[in-house]
Each structure stands twice: as C-alpha cells, then as structure tokens.
Design a protein around this ligand. Structure first.
Ligand code: FNR
Length: 497
C-alpha cells in the first residue's frame, strides 16, 4: 500500500480547511493519485465518534453530543479507497497512536505533520517543533508503526542546512517512516519565498523511501524540471491545486498551458467543486472559504462573481449554488436525498423542493450536526490591512514583525519558554518623559514607544504613531539586532502556512 500511495505519485497536499472531502474528490477526478486530508489534531480526533452515513454513502467522524455535533472528518471510501492519507497533528507517541486508531480502519495511511510553523502548533510541541527534536519525532513514528496495520509517513520542512535535513530524514526512515514529504522551504520562509529545490537531490539520494517533493509545484512544467533536478518521482501540490487543480494534475505540458490560458477554466472548476460540495452536503462556510481561496489565487476575488460569492449574504450551500447558477442541481440533489431520508426514516417529511430551509438539510443536521465549526475569522488568508511604517523607505505594506519574532522564538529550543516568548512593554509620551530626554521634542503624532523582551534581552523600538506600530517597531528592532532571517522580512506575511 505504501508504494501505491507514495511512489511515482502526484499528490494533493494536506491543507487545513481546504482538504475536506470535496477538494479531495475534485483532485482525484482531475488526476491526483493520492490525497491528504487536512491536519486534524490528535486530541480532537480522540473525541470523535464514527458514523456510517447511509444517506451520503460516507464514513463520518463527529464530535460533540447529539443535537450539538460537529463534523470533523468525512471520507467517501468508494472513491478514496487506496488513495487517502490522513494527517494528524501530534506531539506525543501515546496521543498519536490513540488518535490514529480512531480512523485507521477507514483511511489508507497516517501522516504526521512535522512542518507546521504556526504558533499554536509549535507552542504545543507539534509541527516544526518535532523536526527540532528528532528523538521525539522518531518515537512517534516508531509507536505508530508498531500499533497500526497501515503505512505511516511524515511531512517536514527543510532545516537550516542540507546536512541537518539529511540527518533528519535518515533518522525518520530508520524509525519506520515509509515516505517523507519535504516542503522545500525552511520554517521561517514564507509561501512567496522561492523554495530551495537545489537541496532536494541530496535529500532524495540519502534515503530509500520515497521523498515527496513539495513547494511551488504548480503543474507538469515544474514536475519535469524537478524530476531532472532532484531525481525525485513523487510530487505534492497545495496552492497549485487551489490555483487550478486541472493544470496542477495534468500530465501533458501543452494541455496544461492551454488550460492555464483559458480564463473560464477556474469558473468551470469552481462549478465542479460546488456540485461535489452539494452532493456531499459540505458546509456552506467551508465551501465558500475554498472558493475564495481559489479566486484569490487567480486574482479574481474582486470580480463580479468574486464579490457576489464573498458577500456576507452568501452563507449556505444554497446561497453559493445561487451565485453559481446551480440551484437546479441543488434542488435535484436535495430532492434525491429527501427520498432516501424518507425511505430510511419512519417520521414523515415536512415538504420538499429546494431552498436553504429544506427539510432534508435540517434532518441531516439532526443526524450529523451542522458541519465542522471554524472560528469567525474564517477566511484567514485575506491579507490584513497594514499601516504604513513611516521609517521604512519603499515599504508600503510592512511584514508582520511581531509574528515573525514570535515564530522565531518558538524555534529557539535552547531558550527557556519565557525567553522564547516575546513580551512587550509600552510607554506613551507622558509616562516616557521621565526616562527619555528627547520626549519633549516629540510631536503628538508620534507618542508611543515599546520595548520587547526576548531571548533574555531587551530591545527598544522607535517612536510611533500608535501602540500597535510601536509594538511592530520594537519587534523590528529585535529582529535586526538578533539577525533573524532577513529573507523572511522582505514582504508582507500572511498568517499560517
Ligand atoms: C497548508 N499546508 C499544510 N501543511 C500540512 O502539513 N498540513 C496542513 O494542514 C496544511 N494546511 C495548509 C493550508 C493551506 C491553505 C495551505 C496553502 C497550505 C502547507 C502545504 O501542505 C504545503 O506544504 C505548502 O503550501 C507548500 O506547498 P505549495 O503551496 O508551494 O504547493
């Protein structure tokens, strides 16, 4: 099974909030060999109950009590069998095994996320924190191999030097990892930074298990280049699949080019995605998020369609179907579901037809809850408005220095937790006048200053117009003084991956 999943494969990468059932099915239908689920954290998975959803033909994992259920993971075995890798977020062998056992009978492999650089992950010892502690990473792989009958893989980012990465992949292979996804960026590199493809050959040649190359694989053109450069035969795409999933998993370079040049391509893909979302009762919020991501990757969020889709009024699957002109499809799918429900349920149905108030939707919710609950800042890829920084010439949208410093701290395993975590102290003009001689000269427009304590040192920023700008300037001072990765400071940073 490991060979089938991971060898010479084109793979849909794990993507939190995007890699739910509809995107995975879309990827498989457009030519992906293997699909990864979004990362689910072990503690969440352990709480889940397995339900066979006879209406949809899916296996669902739900948490919470009846009446207040949350859909955590849904798989369609009929189509995903032999192709589905389930990714867990974990920090300990015990929880990893406990969580993996919940889904092991319904997926084809378990992958451990060792590449997530987000604060919540690293802070709790998951994601890239594991690659900084290879003993713990290996103990998780060993425990999973010893307890499961299905393959086990992991996904990492590059370490600072290629030798370090080589040692890590060799250790993971020795611990039992049957494939290793390598995102060819380091933890501090941003998605827009050029991945270090030139390091891959050494990594690929250092182990005998498949290395799955990831990072800026947009379609067959990059695959051809990467094959020559790295000698690798397995590839994984995340944003490529969101930008144009058809181009991404196309084999033929000429066909991919033609598809790329067709400006209706993404709209057709979105319609296909919406149909699958309707078929499998995907949550409107999740569907909307993924479509927004697709549009964003194609610079089409501002188009008439993008605006209608992004409107606050577009919430449910029915609203999305309406924006896409697919209400007929929606009504038909619901009517079919209604028939199945009434034949499987003794209670009488209270009306048919389409619309967001359909009885089959509410009955489905009675059975399964309202779908996965996400936080309010759902479309987190939308760039935050950033203020101009007076002192940074030619930089209109400054990087998120506070975030960069926090992520850097997370990676400093030689520091105590307190030293890793930047702590800010603010002063305004009034409070500062006793301490700084030049305060009297400051205009009212620039009356905030901040200091940050990190790595056992104190760094003071420039005067600023607001408290948040002062925070950013203090973080910037620390970044400069500590010589933190200048590469990542070149442009705006979006949260997350
Ligand atoms: C990701 N990535 C990611 N990685 C992972 O191991 N588990 C996850 O759940 C996620 N979630 C996620 C969400 C979204 C929206 C994106 C864009 C990315 C990282 C992803 O799998 C991949 O490693 C990087 O995006 C680099 O590949 P691309 O985008 O250059 O193809």
């Amino acid at each position: 099974m490991a060979d089938k999943l991971y060898k010479s494969a084109k793979i849909l990468a794990p993507m939190v909030r995007c890699g739910t059932l509809p995107l995975r099915l879309l990827a498989l239908r457009y030519g992906a060999n293997t699909v990864y689920s979004e990362e689910i954290v072990d503690k969440k998975l352990i709480q889940c109950e397995r339900i066979e959803n006879k209406i949809l033909g899916t296996i669902d994992f739900v948490s919470g009590e009846v009446g207040n259920r949350e859909l955590v993971f849904r798989t369609l075995r009929q189509e995903e069998h032999g192709k589905l890798v389930f990714q867990i977020g974990t920090a300990t062998p015990e929880l990893a095994v406990q969580a993996a056992k919940v889904v092991a009978a319904d997926v084809d492999s378990i992958d451990v996320n060792m590449g997530c650089p987000k604060h919540f992950s690293v802070h709790s010892g998951m994601g890239v924190a594991l690659t900084r502690d290879s003993d713990r990473a290996c103990s998780i792989i060993r425990a999973l191999r010893a307890s499961l009958d299905i393959p086990v893989s992991c996904k990492i980012r590059l370490l600072e030097t290629v030798d370090e990465t080589v040692s890590l992949v060799q250790a993971l292979e020795a611990a039992g990892a049957q494939a290793i996804g390598v995102h060819a960026r380091t933890a501090s590199m941003r998605p827009k930074d050029k991945p270090r493809w030139n390091q891959l050959r050494q990594i690929v040649e250092s182990v005998s298990v498949p290395i799955i190359v990831n990072g800026d694989v947009w379609g067959p053109l990059e695959i051809k280049e990467l094959k020559e450069l790295s000698g690798c035969s397995s590839f994984m795409s995340a944003r490529g699949a969101l930008k144009n999933i058809k181009v991404c998993f196309e084999n033929d370079i000429e066909k991919a080019k033609a598809e790329q040049e067709d400006n209706q391509s993404i709209i057709r893909i979105i319609h296909d995605y919406v149909r699958i979302s309707i078929d499998f009762d995907n949550h409107g919020k999740n569907t909307k998020y993924v479509i927004q991501y697709m549009l964003k990757m194609n610079n089409q969020l501002g188009s008439t369609f993008g605006q209608a889709l992004s409107s606050g009024k577009t919430r449910t699957m029915f609203d999305i179907a309406k924006v896409c002109g697919l209400t007929g499809y929606y009504d038909h799918a619901l009517a079919e579901r209604e028939k199945l429900l009434s034949s499987s349920s003794s209670s009488s149905s209270s009306g048919g037809g389409g619309g967001s108030s359909s009885s089959s939707s509410s009955k489905m919710e009675d059975i399964l809850g309202t779908g996965r609950v996400y936080d309010d800042d759902f479309f987190y890829a939308r760039p935050k408005k950033r203020q101009k920084m007076g002192t940074a010439p030619n930089v209109k949208l400054p990087p998120d220095f506070k975030n960069i410093l926090m992520q850097w701290g997370d990676l400093q395993t030689n520091l105590t937790r307190k030293q890793q975590c930047p702590q800010y102290q603010h002063i305004d003009v009034g409070a500062a006048s006793d301490h700084f001689d030049d305060v009297a000269k400051k205009s009212q427009a620039k009356c905030f200053k901040a200091a940050v304590y990190v790595a056992g040192k104190k760094f003071i920023g420039e005067w600023a117009k607001s408290k948040s700008q002062a925070t950013s300037k203090a973080a910037h001072a620390a970044i400069v003084e500590l010589g933190i990765d200048n590469e990542s400071l070149k442009g705006p940073v979006t949260k997350g991956y």
